[in-house]
Design a protein around this ligand. Structure first.
Ligand code: ATR
Length: 272
């Protein structure tokens, strides 16, 4: 029997540079599950209207990107556990009864990639830089029992707020710039929007040593290194990765939610 053609889309603002349609088209070819996947830019005040229209007409599933992940959390009729934990949603699925299920695959995508890279081996002291939506989305996934998480943010109070909200999950502590000067970290995860805004990120160079792992959840098209990774490399860090693997992994787990098949992540990474 032929598979029914399914309709998916990513919604965000801006959306011009998204790689999601390309990634999902590779997944569709690889798994032989026929899908249409588009990218739609929506205005800031039209989120509910556009999403409802999509699901009331052709939509089977959607990815939600900046700045709508919290709104997606609120419009979901049912939430997966990991969406409840991160209080944000990057994947929506129309269920058989018509209800909308909200999930968050960013955290599992990050974990898959950190494991693929072997960045979590002996990395118990993790520094998360940033305390916005992106940092919040991944915090539950790295708050494993054996890890000690430090959160540093330009605005300390936002880091403190994340500490209060999530410390029931593990050992999480907001720290100041002065604290950063006296700390030895195993893995840094960069999750600020500084480079997207073209702004400088100020961190003490003493953070970097030759055994540190540096991961940036964002990526620069056609370039291996983001400004944070370049900064780390110049100071002698060797183990560096941008977030392309996380992007493909979170997409693969969205595909799994929609189609019950997990595409092969590693071979897709070679084609993006
Ligand atoms: P997102 O959902 O992408 O995380 P956000 O909620 O606006 O977006 O948060 C952006 C994050 O990047 C915040 O942690 C922000 O720090 P502040 O809370 O101090 O604003 C951080 N950020 C943005 N520009 C920065 C810069 N130039 N230097 C350091 N941190 C920056």
């Amino acid at each position: 029997m032929l598979n029914k053609l399914k309709y998916f889309s990513v919604f965000g603002n801006p959306i011009k540079h998204t790689l999601s349609p390309k990634i999902h088209s590779l997944f569709s070819k690889q798994t032989k599950i026929p899908c249409v996947y588009t990218a739609v830019k929506i205005s800031l005040n039209e989120f509910d209207k556009k999403i409802n229209f999509f699901f009331n007409t052709i939509g089977d599933g959607a990815n939600i990107t900046l700045p709508f992940k919290e709104q997606a959390y609120h419009i979901s009729d049912v939430l997966t556990n990991r969406a409840k934990l991160s209080k944000s949603v990057n994947t929506l699925k129309k269920m058989e009864d018509g209800k909308i299920l909200g999930d968050n695959t960013d955290g599992i995508g990050l974990l898959y990639d950190l494991n693929r890279l072997n960045f979590l081996q002996n990395s118990n002291k993790i520094l998360l830089i940033g305390a916005g939506g992106a940092a919040k989305g991944i915090l539950p996934s790295i708050s494993l029992k054996e890890n000690k998480i430090f959160i540093f943010n330009r605005t300390y109070l936002r880091a403190k707020k994340l500490e209060k909200e999530f410390s029931y999950l593990g050992d999480i502590k907001a720290i100041t710039f002065e604290d950063l000067l006296n700390i030895k970290i195993d893995l840094i995860i960069h999750a600020t929007s500084s480079y997207i805004k073209g702004e400088k990120l100020i961190l003490p160079s003493s953070l970097i040593h030759k055994n540190i792992y540096c991961y940036d959840i964002s990526y620069v098209k056609n370039n291996r290194f983001t400004p944070f990774l370049n900064w780390s490399k110049e100071l002698g860090a060797i183990n560096l990765s941008d977030g392309k693997g996380m992007l493909i992994s979170q997409a693969a787990y969205s595909f799994l939610l929609w189609n019950d098949v997990l595409p092969d992540i590693d071979s897709t990474l070679l084609k993006i």
